[in-house]
Structure formats: C-alpha cells, structure tokens
Design a binder for this molecule. Sequence first.
Ligand code: ADP
Ligand code: MG
Length: 273
Amino acid sequence: MTYLTLTDTAANGAATQALLETHLKTLRLPSFLQNHVQVAEEASKAGLGFDRYLLALAEQEVAQRDRNQQHRCIQSARFPMLKELADFDFSALQSLNKARVLALTQGDYIAKAETVILLGPPGIGKSHVASALGLHACRQKLRVRFYTAAGLVNDLLAAQEKLQVPRLIQAALRQHLIVIDELGFIPFTTQGAQLFFQFCAAVYDRVALIITTNLPFTQWTQLFQDETLTAALLDRLTHHCTILEFLGESYRFKQRMKRQPKSKGGDSPDEAP
Ligand code: ADP
Ligand code: MG
C-alpha cells in the first residue's frame, strides 16, 4: 500500500499548501503550520532527509506546547509577583540552607504531597522563595494556586455564604501545590479559623503545601484562638514537613541602609512588612 496517493490538486503547489494548512489547522498543529516552510528550506539546504525534517517540526510543536502549558500554569497560579530563585541572594541569609531550598525545586515534596513551612520575620524573603518554588512547579507543568492566608479565608467565607465550601475544596484538591502566604499577619475570626482548618485538613496529605508565616508555632494559638484546633492543625501540617527558618533583618531594610550615607543611619520609620 502506498500513502502517496496524491490528488490532482497536489500537482498545483499553491493548492497543496492550502490543503496542507487546512489539515494542520484541523489537527491543531500551529507550530507545524507556522514553521513548515522555513524548516523545509533549511532541511533542503542542509541536505537533511524527510525524517529529520519531520522530527524538527515535531520537536518545535512539542516545545511550543510545553511553553503554552507552563504559561497556563503560571497564569492560573495567580502569583502576586513573579520571583526567581536565581534573583535570591542566599548570602544575605545565613540561616537558610541554599542546598535545601534548591533541592525543593526538584519537586519531591510535591509528588509526596508534603508541607514546607517558611518561618521568619517580615521582609526577609519568605514570599520571594515561596513564589519562586511555585514558579518552578509551574515550569514542571504542575497545577499551583497561590493564596494569601487572608485571601483564602475571604474566599472560604464567601463560599460558605453560597454553600460552596465543598466546591472550593474540590477545586483545591485538583492542584498539585497550594501556597499560603502571610499566615499570622491578620488574626482570624472564629469562623475564619474553622474554615481555614477545614481547608487545610482536607488538602493536607493530598496536595503539597507551602506556608509562609511570621509566627513561631508557639504563637499559632493566638492566631486561631482555639488550642484544640491549633494543636490539630499543627499536628497535620508538621507531620511530613520541611521547615525553613529565615533569621535576620529585613532585606529591604538592609538594602536601604546600604544606600543611605552612614550619618543618616538609624531606624527607617517607613519600613513595611
Ligand atoms: P517576606 O515575605 O519575608 O516578608 P519578601 O519575600 O516579601 O519578604 O521580601 C521583601 C522584598 O525583598 C521582596 O521584593 C524580595 O524580592 C526582596 N528580598 C528579600 N530577601 C531577599 C534576598 N535574600 N535576595 C534578594 N531579594 C530579597
Ligand atoms: Mg511576605
């Protein structure tokens, strides 16, 4: 059997092109469509056979699909800022083990649905590292969702009014990684604390979590205002958990001090968390 049973239209170059483009659109191969003429010219100049020509086109299509998928993952993660680990100055933070952070980019904790807690004072790079790890996961085409703790509780409260908390939790369970930033900045109401607990209890062990907090575990009771609930939450979150401690001064504060002449030193009143 021969596959090259070309129809009469194929005798005409323009018609062949038109037919090819129609088929490539039907097959949803946009990279093939965009590149086949140029790649054909290059293959012909280089004296490459049909198989190499086809391989080059297929590789471009696969690479483009990968990029599109990564882009979709990044968009749907809703990062408030795109931060890279490459831009993180590890030398500014003695307490943080660079190798440990880099090991997390491999994503084993995501495959095992484990928790990573980034603990330390404001301005020290917790959100930066948490977002950068989320970005790494997106580049591995994993589904990520970034929340602030306050934003998550607001979403949960709004969902509760519409009796849609189970739906919100179902959507969360479809993620590979959930980042909860700034836990501890705003104390929860009783209802907020309970919903937050319900959310964490549902996703824990099924979805990887990254949590950033300025509050040491001993102070979490103040945040949730319920000892039993706090103990139950900590029990779950710290079960399979990597804790990264960020110790030191605010990075922004240090940068500002570096820029200011020594004579003008002293505490900066506008330092924000
Ligand atoms: P935190 O979440 O601990 O409050 P952020 O991650 O928001 O701190 O950091 C505050 C700002 O300082 C961000 O713009 C962040 O990119 C930057 N920053 C903090 N630490 C570092 C660091 N070690 N290297 C580079 N930038 C840093
Ligand atoms: Mg932060």
